[in-house]
Structure formats: C-alpha cells, structure tokens
Design a protein around this ligand. Sequence first.
Ligand code: UGA
Length: 432
Amino acid sequence: MKLCIIGTGYVGLVTGVCFSDLGNNVICVDNNINKIQNLKKGIIPIYEPGLEELVKKNYKENRLNFTTNLKFAVNNSNIIFICVGTPTKKNSYSADLNQLYNVVKSIRNYINKFKVIVTKSTVPLTTGDHIDKIISQKKSKNLFSVVSNPEFLREGEAIRDFMYPDRIVIGTNNIRANNILKNLYDPIIKRGIKYLNTSRRGAELIKYASNAFLATKISYINEIANLCEKTGVNIEDVSIGMGLDQRIGSRFLRPGPAFGGSCFPKDTRAILSTAKKFKTNLSIIKSTIKSNEQRHGILLDKIKKILKNKIKNKKITFLGVTFKPNTDDMRESSSLKLIPKLHKSGAVISYYDPSGIKNNFQKYKNVNFVDKISTACKNSDLIILHTEWNEFKNLNFTKLVKKKNFAIYDMRNVYSHKRMLVNKINYFGIGR
Ligand code: UGA
C-alpha cells in the first residue's frame, strides 16, 4: 500500500518505519528540511532502540522515503497518517491543535482521489469531526474519509509496541476506510492481535481514557507506597498481591518518583479540558493530576529527612534524570522539579545519565553532568537512583563511594533492601 506520514516526530517516524518494514511504500513528510536531510543520511532525531537500523534498512530498500513536499506525498498515497504534535496550550489544560489543523488545511488542496485520512496524533474527542468539516469545505465527501487510529507506543519500547500491540483501534463508521486499514494492519492482525473497529469519537476517547487510567494506576500505587512507609508494609508485596488479581493486572503498579513524559501529564490535563467543555466532572482524573503534582513535595521531605535537614553543601548524585529509561526525553521528568529545588536549598548536585548532558540544568551553577558513574558517586553524601537504566542495576556502591555514611535513595526500588543491609548501607526505597 502507498502511505504518507505527516510529521516525523516520535510517533510519525516509528509508524512510517514500521509500516515500511511490513512491506508498504511509505513517504514521511516534515516541514523541517534539516530533519529530512538527516533522516536521508540515517541520522535519527530521537533516541529509540532499534529505530536507526530500521530506518537505514528500509530507506536503502526504497520502501521508505523522506520529503518536505507535502503535495507530492499526498498525491502519491492512499492513506495519510497525521502524526504532528498536540502539546498543551500555554496557560491552559487543553491541547494545542494549530499544527494539526494547518496540516489538514494544506492536505485538502492535494486530495486528487479517494484518501483515508488517519489521525495518529493524540487528539481530543470530536477533533475528527472538525477535520471532516474542514476538508468538506473544499472536497466532496466521497473523496475522503477521516479515521481515528490512536497509537499506544511507549517511548523506549516503540518498535515492539507497534509490531506486537495489545490492540489496534480503528475509529470509523466508513466500511471502505475500515477495510483499507484492516488490510494495512493485516500482517499484525495475523499475529493474533485484536482489531477493534469503533466509532471515531470512541477511538479518540479510548486513547485518553487509557492514558488517564494508567496514570491513575501509578498515582494510586504511589499513594499506597506512602502508606506503606508509615506502616512498615513492603509495597512490593502489595503490588504483587494486587497484580495477581486478573481484574487489576500487574503492570503499571511500580511506585516511582512521579509519572512524567510527553503523554500522561499532557493527556490527563487535556481530557479534563474536554470534559469541562462537555460539562462533565472527571473528579478521579483531577485527583490523579493533583496527586502527581504533590508527589515532588513528598519526595523532597524524604530527602530532607535522610539528610537530617542539612541540605546545604551536601553532595547529591542523581543516577538518571530522564522520565524513564531508554529515552533521552526530559519532558515532565520529576528530576526537573527535584534538582532545582535541592539546588535552591544549597545542595551540590552531580548527575549522570546514559543519554547524556541535559540543557535543562545548564543554568544552575551547582548542577553538573559527569560522564562516568564512578565520578558521579565518588564523593557523594546521597545517591538518588532516579531513572532505572539497566547500567545502574548492578553497582557496587561500597567500592564506588569514598565517603563514610553516604545514603542511597532508590526511587525505583531497583536494589535489594536485604543486600543493602548486609553491606551496612544507609538505604531508602519507595514504600518499603
Ligand atoms: C505512554 C503509554 O504507556 C503509551 O501506551 C502511550 O502510547 C504513550 O504514553 C502516548 O500517549 O504516546 P510513555 O509516555 O512512553 O507511554 O511512558 P510509560 O512507559 O507509560 O511511562 C510513563 C511514566 O509513568 C514514566 O514516568 C514512568 O516512569 C512512570 N511509571 C510507569 C511508573 O512510575 N510506574 C509504572 O509502573 C509504570
């Protein structure tokens, strides 16, 4: 099949590359010339395991192409995926759809025969209706069909999530469009993956309701972890015990610093904004957002307690600063809240992250990137395991740290509490 993917960000690039790897002809379009030129050379703008190899392979085999020419891309494809960003508007909870509507206004000029126009970007409920309306102003209804096909890709796991998803959701009442997309996804459906055809609005809501539910699950377990700390219960027992109930499920029950990334914080806010428009009170999601925002205060109180209220001049090491491992993404990472607050209290901070130095901390005098775990830990009073990259999982802290009485605050419960006790390390986890 002939596909065009508009927007070569994280979602667009993964979608385009994976569809080309499944044997389709894919044209990826972006208005950023630099990005397109780099992609042609195999230079990938994001950090995503496995992506570079797939881009190079499919580009070489001529199934994958990159261009800035939207007209050419639309004219030469039957299915158009819109994958542009839908960030949060400034000073508001709602999603900014400017990029998306600009794309729609451009592509409607180039529709020369029947096209299925698919939104992969996370778009608020009823966006498909608006797209339909905008295109209908210039093109006959029988020349296009607007479909919602939300993505469920996790950063760092995106290729696997694309090729082996839990489900494929297609929101359309148009039989022709549904058949075309079912054919496109056929190689994945054949692996036994569920294909769900819903209304367009239904698909739009499935995406937000899923992300908000997962975010709620995390906030829920984070709050239960707070209770565990006060009562001497081990949160891991609770997560395992809860997760064994198949109605609950074991995934996304790991307590941590606070959920972050480009999706959960943005999407929980956006669904509230949509609900407000439709005069519906989503009080649980409101609480989830509040709970997540308050989490930094709880973690900072704990850090103060570990350092016996003396933060000034204390050497604190952050192992990992990204919002999760296997990504270089800093968006809404809890380190962005924790590090500036500790710096303000007079701490001297070193951080090491496998994805490298971060611009976010350049402006702070006493926050420094070091390129080795050993240098980062050597003179530390407190080591904070913030992001659970694999390379942090087997460290020998008694050898790494030269200071006596240093402490470890393991915000991801990576290390064995027992082993830390045996090694006489002042160790704190989350909820245990
Ligand atoms: C999330 C969803 O998981 C994807 O299904 C969805 O497609 C994507 O958003 C999106 O809307 O595009 P992602 O933001 O990449 O994916 O990251 P997650 O793996 O979901 O993690 C989000 C945050 O929750 C991270 O800060 C992570 O550390 C935290 N988390 C996750 C926990 O604290 N505990 C858990 O048990 C799981």
